[in-house]
Design a protein around this ligand. Sequence first.
Ligand SMILES: [Zn+2]
Ligand SMILES: [Zn+2]
Length: 277
Amino acid sequence: MLPQAYTWHTFVEDFMQDFSAETFRYFAFAGLTFIVLYWLGKTFFFRRKIQQKHPERKHIWRELKYSLLSLTIFALVGVGVVACYRLGITKMYSDIHAHSWGYFAFSILAFIVAHDFYFYWTHRFMHWKKIYPYVHKIHHLSHDPTPWAAYAFHPLEAVIQAGIFPIMIFILPVHPLAILVWGLYQTFLNVMGHSGFEFFPSGFTSGKISKWHNTSTHHNMHHKYAMGNYGLYFNFWDRVMGTNHAKYNETFEQVTAHTQRMKAEKAAARKPAYQEV
Ligand SMILES: [Zn+2]
Ligand SMILES: [Zn+2]
């Protein structure tokens, strides 16, 4: 049962708690990434920039505005989840010893795998031409996204994106700490995918194991071309369904080759111009 004293005050308190936690996480990850890559290391890291240009300020403000709107919606969904938890109708557990640590680790992994599946298929659904203009187009206004675009969604898309959370807590026994770990991983990967920079080394997208993990180039290409490369964490569903962009590997190698070439040029510049005998 919800406590008798569940009032507007409780609602506002839950909302503020959720909203501040989500917003803090967003600003910590996206803010730090932006400061390092777009301010302090603007010149130093430029060789790793996937699209060799910097976005206009007005695009950054739009990404920030829509992300804050999405975080408000996420917090409202969070309030609903907390209310269901208080009613005791979810499968969430508060005593960490109710299940083993092995199960705790499994629940985090299960959350990630399920979210990867959910994201891929809802994303493809949102690219359906009858849905796209009303739901997903806002996210694609960023053709060369910055870290601030991580949650730059239309409010309807924000509801869809948040949907995995209430679905999972009714299916899988999960501790709030496991949800927090998943949330941190999700934010990190999301910000990385929108960073506009590639940090994985050449050969990553063709490695036997590494090719199954997504890269920043993968999602950056999705924003550039608005087709192909629909996956989130893993390059599993895109491979299985044949939806990787035809030039994914080629583009990744071009981006990382650019990095290698700049490194080689720098190393050559440090060497003396003549050989001592
Ligand atoms: Zn995106
Ligand atoms: Zn898309």
